[in-house]
Design a protein. Structure first.
Length: 205
């Protein structure tokens, strides 16, 4: 599915790329967001661990989705795409929620909610128009039977049933994202352990 291809992590952007700002600068924006999270977070042990289940669910969902994704060759409707049209975004929201819980900063969480809503709204609308042009009636039928984000309880019958492929997941950089997210989580754990005792900012404030 096209949204997932654009959302799939580090693909070289060709000159004249018409994708939106978020899609074209995703790597830099993610890096800035992670750095900001580390700086302003006030994680406290063991509350920080409450975010881990959400992060793991998000990473698993993204990996499952990437393992079914074939870029622009066919309309992807198998795997998690039989339940939601945007499983990668849904997985990212789980990861975001888990990191916000672990960071233990209400201002950071509020900013994350606003930014996520803006990115999701504008990016998905753009990608849906691209999908309509690429796949026409096939995509329109798929859109009618599968919800945009919140998964349905019963799977839709896939138009292109396919098995999960680790090769596809690796091509979508599933391991790389998992490594960066888990590294950030470990840093939050370390900050929770030593930050309050050392008076690190923003604990000292």
């Amino acid at each position: 599915m096209r949204e997932s291809q654009q959302e799939s992590e580090e693909v070289a952007t060709p000159p004249g790329d018409r994708r939106g700002f978020w899609a074209r600068h995703r790597t830099r924006l993610h890096a800035l967001a992670y750095l900001a999270t580390i700086v302003v977070a006030t994680p406290r042990w063991p509350v920080v661990l409450a975010g881990l289940p959400l992060i793991l669910v998000g990473l698993a969902l993204r990996t499952w989705a990437l393992g079914h994704l074939t870029k622009d060759e066919v309309l992807c409707t198998s795997g998690p795409y039989a339940y939601t049209r945007n499983p990668l975004y849904l997985g990212s929201l789980f990861i975001l929620a888990g990191l916000c819980v672990a960071a233990n900063n209400p201002y950071l969480a509020g900013a994350a909610v606003v930014l996520a809503a803006l990115v999701y709204f504008f990016t998905v609308r753009s990608e849906e128009s691209v999908l309509s042009r690429l796949f026409g009636a096939e995509y329109e039928a798929y859109r009618q039977r599968v919800p945009r984000l919140i998964p349905r309880l019963r799977r839709a019958e896939p138009a292109n049933p396919s098995a999960f492929s680790w090769d596809l997941a690796r091509a979508g950089k599933a391991k790389e994202l998992a490594a960066w997210v888990l590294l950030l989580f470990v840093i939050l754990i370390l900050k929770a352990l030593v930050g309050p005792s050392l008076g690190m900012w923003p604990y000292a404030g």
